[in-house]
Design a binder for this molecule. Structure first.
Ligand code: NAP
Length: 285
């Protein structure tokens, strides 16, 4: 019998802890935790993400500063705003919602955010520190996966972990976190040969591909832990993951559903990184 990993429940419990940390910064240090969110243009999906991030901030008592810039904003204007936010002591975290319109150089804009305010965990210094297994702000989605494993009491040490996907925001940091937690990690991608055989060896299988129901029952070892990061639409337009949930579930020990698994953890980990950044700002860490 498999156990469903309830991302909503874990997320709610972590938000209670974050709220307490936010309140204690206020009462003990007179520090109001602040997150700046920059949205360029009117992409509907990005608007929804930004709205949910602002709502999340409200729920835990973080003050959000939202900046809505028109699609035709120039590179210089965005850089000027980000530079101001970097210098603003009331702002502990800066988030530039991606993707940016094509005429903007995302990498250059993101590189202006110092590691201490990089609550997305995307900057080179935070990624470098993650690789060195040093304290740093970690990309929200993979960090959320680690929190779920920890909270479920799932041991990672010594396990064979397979991550399908090698993006800079999910697959690579996910692999690094599992490695730092002493798993034996294999990273797969579109050029991997014998993917099925590699996956069958996984005690923990993380799917971060972006292809609906890609992981099928014959790719899963009996009793494996299945983490589904994917967010796709199936043939009927219904939200689904990268894992063929209905056919895989009976073969595994734990599985995350989509929706309600990894997804709810991502914004929570953004809030977690923001309060962590605020705490560290007091000690100049
Ligand atoms: P991405 O940048 O498109 O990366 C996808 C990865 O999957 C690439 O490394 C790619 O390999 C690999 N891949 C594609 N086809 C494959 C195949 N046939 N066999 C093996 N590997 C294959 O995507 P992403 O940003 O990492 O996101 C992955 C999924 O997670 C998406 O569904 C996204 O919506 C979802 N997501 C969810 C959350 C959340 O909060 N739940 C957050 C972020 C992302 P190559 O490198 O060789 O091309």
């Amino acid at each position: 019998m498999f156990k469903l990993i309830d991302g909503k429940a874990h997320s709610a419990a972590i938000r209670v802890e974050i709220k307490e940390r936010v309140q204690s910064l206020k009462s003990e240090n007179n520090c109001e935790v602040g997150l700046a969110v920059v949205l360029v243009g009117s992409d509907p999906a990005s608007q929804v993400y930004v709205r949910n991030k602002i709502k999340g901030c409200e729920e835990v008592g973080i003050k959000s500063y939202a900046y809505y810039l028109p699609e035709e904003v120039t590179q210089a204007q965005v850089e000027e705003l980000v530079t101001e936010l970097v210098q603003n002591g009331k702002i502990h975290g800066i988030l530039v919602q991606l993707p940016l319109p094509e005429h903007l150089d995302s990498q250059k804009i993101l590189s202006l955010i110092p590691r201490a305010k990089d609550v997305d965990g995307f900057c080179e210094e935070n990624i470098g520190n993650l690789c060195m297994n040093r304290n740093c702000l970690v990309a929200c989605t993979p960090n959320g996966v680690m929190k779920m494993l920890e909270r479920e009491g799932i041991a990672v040490k010594g396990k064979n972990a397979v991550v399908i996907g090698r993006s800079n925001i999910v697959g690579k940091p996910m692999a690094m976190l599992l490695l730092n937690a002493d798993a034996t990690v294999t990273v797969c991608h579109s050029k991997t040969v014998n993917l099925k055989e590699v996956c069958k060896n996984a005690d923990i299988l993380v799917a971060a591909i972006g292809k609906a129901k890609f992981v099928t029952a014959d790719m899963v070892k009996k009793g494996a832990v299945i983490i589904d990061v994917g967010m796709n639409r199936d043939e009927n337009g219904k939200l689904c993951g990268d894992v063929d949930f209905e056919n895989v579930k009976d073969n595994c020990s734990y599985i995350t559903p989509v929706p309600g698994g990894v997804g709810p953890m991502t914004i929570t980990m953004l809030l977690y990184n923001t309060v962590t950044a605020a705490e560290r700002s007091l000690t100049n860490e």
